[in-house]
Design a protein around this ligand. Structure first.
Ligand code: BG6
Length: 486
């Protein structure tokens, strides 16, 4: 349920996340009429500025390329309910000041109930002090209203540091009050996975090791880490994409049917399947780093990156699930920066048909394209029409643009902020889920970090390529076969 008279406080209001994602999503929700009645938005950051300057920034954050008058009018309204207050992240008086500001807004509501949602669009170095000060200075007790906190990765760098961070936040915020964002859970196609899997008897029938040969979950971005090199070098592609975004997709793809769609039922099943995955082996890992090509700089050409960095900007890792449904099926997660295209997809490859009747027949594949251009398609062999029997690979194609031409696909952050406002945890990461995700990745991360010996050297791949040339053999090793026509 949406709670009337909620204040949404964006901490880190002048930062990158706020600018690129939080404000556009808040405005999108407002424009579509999804924010609660009497909502206020309070920006908070260190930068000193007045409301007028803040409103100018909000205007710059919101895209309205065609000067659509409806958008402009809504934006004026949106600005009226947005105010700004500056303050530090580590000192208690700043938060006392923020609280006064919130109380002033709340006194204008004329009702007792006070609801506050704190969105931490902040670097992880201040998560702990901010969590503490918010609780001490800005918390309203449950008898008066509801307080919630939204946080986003990085949640630590390995199992121990994640536990430390979660533990510190838990001293002040309960699991019920905490919403940990993994924005891949807010993507339309990720949400559709639940429907595809559990609202279709047909899919269920072939969803296991008896029919499936291998699964790839792939993330490709056509740009490098330009401008973010400093951040990226500390984390690397595995912490940036695989351990969270791709693993989340994997867990929904492979979990057993939840008892209901209630948040805890779904998350129980996700945790269960993740617990059946042992830590990734070094031999199941391929690491890459991009080098200058096609007029674009290499990873090491970035001034903010140490010149001898062995940080991977590409990784392929194969995970195994030890349960009766999935034993022996390789799940290849791969992600890379500075590749030839932007694409995120799940590719489920089925086994060969029994030999004998057909020669050179392609395998069936079910592809779920998460972005761009959301689609689900099934590669099938079909007889070419005519007076002969020849099978060729073709597709049953559900491309959203064609099937749902009119429908606007919501932004992941819109969907997630709305869920948090409603108090629905289904698409947020639970504490135990995070823990088990770190267990799977921590040993290879420590190896890559050079914690227990020399760090491995990633192989190189050219900026704008399909990835390291070693990739083809890597996926081949797990049984992936190209379509015959390809
Ligand atoms: C973020 C990563 O979590 O996800 C970025 O830190 C990456 O490196 C981004 O670019 C990708 O998100 P999307 O929604 O564009 O696929």
């Amino acid at each position: 349920e949406l709670k009337d008279n909620t204040i949404i406080i964006v901490l880190g209001a002048s930062g990158d996340l706020a600018k690129k994602k939080t404000y556009p999503a808040l405005f999108g929700l407002y424009r579509m009429g999804f924010l609660p009645k009497g909502v206020h938005i309070v920006g908070y950051a260190r930068t000193k500025m007045d409301d007028a300057e803040y409103h100018k920034r909000i205007t710059a954050y919101i895209k309205n390329p065609n000067n659509d008058p409806e958008v402009s009018a809504k934006l004026e309204e949106f600005k009226k309910l947005s105010t700004y207050i500056s303050g530090g992240y580590e000192d208690s008086p700043s938060f006392a000041n923020l609280n006064k500001h919130l109380e002033k807004i709340e006194s204008s509501y004329g009702v007792k109930e006070r609801n506050r949602v704190f969105y931490l669009a902040l670097p992880p170095s201040v998560f702990i002090p901010v969590g503490q000060h918010l609780k001490e200075q800005c918390y309203v007790t449950p008898d008066v209203g509801k307080c919630r906190i939204i946080v986003e990765k990085p949640f630590g760098k390995d199992l121990d540091s994640s536990r430390e961070l979660l533990g510190a936040l838990k001293q002040h915020w309960t699991e019920d009050e905490t919403f940990r964002i993994d924005h891949y859970l807010g993507k339309e196609m990720t949400k559709n996975l639940l429907v595809l899997r559990f609202a279709n008897v047909a899919f269920n029938a072939f969803w296991d090791k008896n029919s499936i040969s291998n699964v790839q979950i792939t993330f490709k971005e056509p740009f490098g880490t330009e401008g973010r090199g400093g951040y990226f070098d500390e984390f690397g592609i595995i912490r940036d994409i695989l351990q969270n975004h791709l693993l989340q997709v994997l867990s929904i793809l492979t979990m057993e049917r939840p008892v209901s769609f209630a948040a805890e039922d779904i998350r129980d099943e996700k945790v269960k399947v993740l617990r059946a995955i042992p830590p990734i082996e070094r031999s199941d890992t391929l690491l890459g780093q991009y080098v200058a090509a096609n007029g674009k700089p290499g990873y090491l050409d970035d001034d903010t990156v140490p010149h001898n960095s062995v940080c991977p900007t590409f990784a392929a890792t194969t995970l195994w699930i030890h349960n009766p449904r999935w034993e022996g099926v390789p799940f290849i997660l791969k992600a890379g920066k500075a590749l030839n295209e932007a694409k995120v997809e799940v590719r489920i490859q089925f086994k060969d048909v029994t030999k004998g009747i057909f020669k050179d027949i392609s395998r069936n594949e079910l592809v779920i394209r998460i972005q761009p251009s959301e689609a689900v398609y099934l590669k099938l062999n079909t007889k070419t029409p005519g007076l002969h029997t020849r099978a060729i690979p073709t597709e049953m194609d559900l491309t959203y643009k064609r099937r749902f031409a009119e429908a606007a696909i919501p932004e992941a952050y819109e969907s997630l902020i709305l869920d948090a406002l409603k108090g629905d945890h289904s698409n947020f990461v639970r504490d135990d889920e995070l823990d088990v995700a770190w267990k799977i990745f921590t040993p290879i991360l420590h190896w890559i970090d050079g914690k227990n010996g020399p760090a491995p050297h990633p192989v190189s791949y050219p900026y704008g390529s399909r990835g390291p040339k070693e990739l083809e053999a890597f996926i081949g090793k797990y049984g992936f076969k190209r379509t015959v026509a390809e």
